[in-house]
Structure formats: structure tokens, C-alpha cells
Design a protein. Structure first.
Length: 313
């Protein structure tokens, strides 16, 4: 179907390939996954907001990660479960652009937030005497504002570059809308968009990777040199959870973006990797931090016990 128009049209997302027997199990699984993601992330948010002992730079920065994860989950799951139960994979052009924008804000936000958290851990472990002077409440808020300003400015520019095109196709090659799949709807010269996209991948993926490599090399060096086993254990415990979360996101994002640019890549593999970015980080992030960060784990237990006791009264 050819449509040389910039006006709203209905786009066809890639089919889920579900037989009638699997429609309702898939609907229940998708709904349950979304509810679990929202519950876990809201629990982390509520705990950080409620517990005064968590009102520290590390946890204030962490507060932004569940917000970003819930944004990504909400951009993806509601439309997915609706399309499963209705067996209708159509999505309007504006809704597709909005979904793609929110999903990219989620992915970029996670990379920037995790990079800022790596910097915080680096200062806490490698420069402990200067930590309170560097990570003041004012500077922490400034870092958060910069993260979201960079994120939104990059994504707004990315989608404004796409908005100048008229689409000539209506089939989205993925299970959800994103910038690479939207660009495949265009028959005009997309070199500027591709260059800008590659620049962003290099800047965000490469920049965050360099920050992680440098900060964790310094953290490891400091931990090896320290003569205090308890301090070393605590440092590795808080930093280890952060590193696991970063590696999961980095590998998923990089492989998925690479798969879009290699034509010989299996479409099934590309779609599976794309969905994994929207399922595993939002689902695993709160679990990893809750299990591996002692202060957060204790505060979550206290909050849940308090709510349980209140409900019995």
C-alpha cells in the first residue's frame, strides 16, 4: 500500500502469530507482566520517598530509574495486551509516533541515569572525604535536570527530523513503534536521519560505556587497595547491582540497534531482542536493586510490614 501523505493513517504492526488457543493466555501473561513491572517499580519509588534514610544522592538518582522503566513499560504493554485480546494490530500514525518517542526516551533515560549513578558510586568509593562536598542536594538535582534535558532534547530532535517526511508505506516491521521501523515507512532520502541516529548511538552507547569502564576500573582499584574488608564488601555490593543492570541494558540495546542495520538479521531475532529491552530491564531493575542494596532491601521490608500491619487494623 502506497500512501504519499503526512496526515494520520492506520499503520499495521507486525503480527504476533498467535493461534486462537493462545490469545487469552498471552493476554493474561502480558497483563500480569505489566502489573508486576508497575508494582515492583512503584514499590521502589514509594520506599525511597517514604524512608528518610534513603534521601541520599545515590537513591535520589535511583528514584529516576523506576520512573523511566514505568514509562517504557506503559508505552509498550497496554497497546500490546489490547491488540492481543482484539487480535487487531492496527495503530494510528500519531499513536505510533508517540509510542516510539516514549520508548526512545525510556531507553536513553536509562543509559543516562545509570551513567550518573556510576559517577555517584565513583565519588562515594574513590573520593569518600569529598563526597558530601561534591554530591550536594543542589548538585544532585542539577544532574537529574541535565539528564532529562539531554534525553528530551535528543529525542525531540530525532522525531522532528522524522516528522518532515511523508510516509509511503504502512507496515511496521516490529512489534512496537520505534525510530528505525518508522524510517522504513519513508521512501525519501534519509541520510540525515541515519547520520544523526548513528551519532546518538555512538554518543549515548559509547559515552555511557566509557563512563562505566573508567568509574568501575577506579572503583575496582580502590577496593583492591583498601585494607577494610567490610568497606570493600559494601562497595562491591552496591556497585555490583548497578553494573549488572547496566550490562543487561547495554547489550540488549546495542544488539537490537545493530540488528536493524544488518539486513540479513532474522526478523524474528530482531523483534525478540526489541521486546526484551522493554521487558527485562523494567522487570529486573527493581529486583536487582532490592536484593543487592542492603539499605533499600531493609526499607522495603519495613514499608511492607508497616502496610501489612495497618491493613490488619
Amino acid at each position: 500500500m502506497y500512501t504519499n501523505t503526512s496526515f494520520p493513517v492506520l499503520l499495521q504492526l507486525e503480527t504476533l502469530g498467535l493461534s486462537d488457543a493462545y490469545v487469552y493466555p498471552a493476554f493474561l501473561f502480558g497483563t500480569l507482566t505489566y502489573m508486576v513491572i508497575m508494582f515492583f517499580n512503584l514499590t521502589v519509588l514509594a520506599t525511597i520517598a517514604w524512608s528518610k534514610k534513603l534521601h541520599k544522592p545515590m537513591f535520589i538518582l535511583l528514584f529516576n530509574l523506576p520512573v523511566s522503566d514505568m514509562l517504557g513499560g506503559t508505552a509498550f504493554f497496554p497497546h500490546l495486551v489490547f491488540s492481543i485480546v482484539t487480535q487487531n494490530r492496527l495503530i494510528s500514525y500519531p499513536a505510533c509516533v508517540i509510542q516510539g518517542f516514549l520508548i526512545h526516551v525510556y531507553g536513553t533515560g536509562n543509559l543516562l541515569i545509570l551513567s550518573a549513578m556510576a559517577y555517584d558510586r565513583y565519588i562515594a568509593i574513590c573520593c569518600p572525604l569529598r563526597y558530601n562536598a561534591i554530591m550536594t542536594p543542589h548538585n544532585t538535582v542539577r544532574i537529574i535536570v541535565i539528564i532529562w534535558l539531554i534525553n528530551l532534547s535528543i529525542m525531540v530532535t530525532l522525531f522532528l527530523l522524522f516528522a518532515r517526511f511523508k510516509i509511503c508505506r504502512t507496515n511496521i516491521v516490529d512489534l512496537f513503534c520505534n525510530n528505525p521501523s518508522l524510517l522504513k515507512l519513508v521512501c525519501e532520502d534519509k541520510r540525515v536521519n541515519n547520520i544523526y541516529g548513528l551519532f546518538n548511538v555512538g554518543l549515548l552507547q559509547g559515552g555511557s560505556l566509557l563512563i562505566i569502564i573508567y568509574t568501575y576500573a577506579q572503583i575496582l582499584r580502590t577496593c583492591v587497595m583498601t585494607n577494610h574488608p567490610e568497606a570493600r564488601k559494601k562497595a562491591l555490593q552496591t556497585s555490583g547491582s548497578h553494573l549488572v543492570v547496566f550490562i543487561i541494558l547495554q547489550i540488549n540495546t546495542f544488539v537490537t540497534l545493530l540488528a536493524h542495520r544488518i539486513e540479513s538479521t532474522s526478523p524474528f531475532l530482531r523483534r525478540a531482542l526489541g521486546v526484551s529491552i522493554l521487558v527485562f530491564p523494567p522487570l529486573l531493575d527493581p529486583i536487582i536493586y532490592a536484593l543487592k542494596t542492603k539499605e533499600l532491601k531493609q526499607s522495603i521490608k519495613t514499608l511492607l510490614k508497616r502496610n501489612g500491619a495497618s491493613s490488619e487494623l
